[in-house]
Design a protein around this ligand. Structure first.
Ligand SMILES: CC(C)(COP(=O)(O)OP(=O)(O)OC[C@H]1O[C@@H](n2cnc3c(N)ncnc32)[C@H](O)[C@@H]1OP(=O)(O)O)[C@@H](O)C(=O)NCCC(=O)NCCS
Length: 132
């Protein structure tokens, strides 16, 4: 398998994200990634032979809080440590860029993954604001 290269703020286009989303989430990718990434503190792309195979985004409140969103690894590249590398590097860069706290929410089966990335457990809440 090709060596993966992690790029900082690569601004992948909608087609590249859509290919990754369909493989990883069985869903369409974001329709307007530039609108999302314009609010990003940092995002990372993992590339194998110039193809996007991993992604993570950190959104920011402009103060001390940052939010880890959409960590994604293509199924062909999972369980090789790539997801952990992406999240840990995103956390380092978020700290360098001024955030003090990194938040994440996830389903219970991913607790070990996030623990391995350096997160500690906390109570959290989530509210659906729109259908779909
Ligand atoms: C979650 C995800 C990003 C993990 O990526 P990855 O590159 O496979 O993760 P890593 O190789 O760094 O995993 C490190 C460890 O985390 C744990 N882990 C990773 N994926 C796991 C899973 N699906 N279920 C349970 N534990 C998991 C394992 O302990 C793993 O170590 P091991 O392979 O030695 O057993 C990837 O499975 C993915 O894209 N899933 C679909 C999208 C998604 O659900 N994203 C998270 C949204 S909150």
């Amino acid at each position: 398998m090709a060596e993966t290269e992690i790029r900082v703020d690569p601004f992948p286009d909608a087609a590249a994200l859509d290919r990754l989303w369909r493989a990883a989430w069985q869903a369409e990718g974001p329709a307007d990634p530039q609108a999302i990434l314009s609010r990003s503190l940092v995002h990372l792309g993992a590339y194998a032979d110039d193809v996007l195979v991993g992604f993570v985004n950190v959104a920011w409140d402009g103060g001390v809080h940052a939010f880890l969103l959409d960590p994604t690894v293509h199924p062909d590249h999972r369980r090789t440590g790539l997801g952990t590398r992406l999240v840990r590097r995103a956390a380092e860069l978020a700290a360098e860029r001024g955030a003090s706290w990194l938040h994440v929410d996830f389903e219970p089966h991913l607790a070990a993954f996030y623990h391995g990335c350096g997160f500690r457990p906390t109570e959290a809440g989530l509210m659906r604001l729109q259908p779909g």
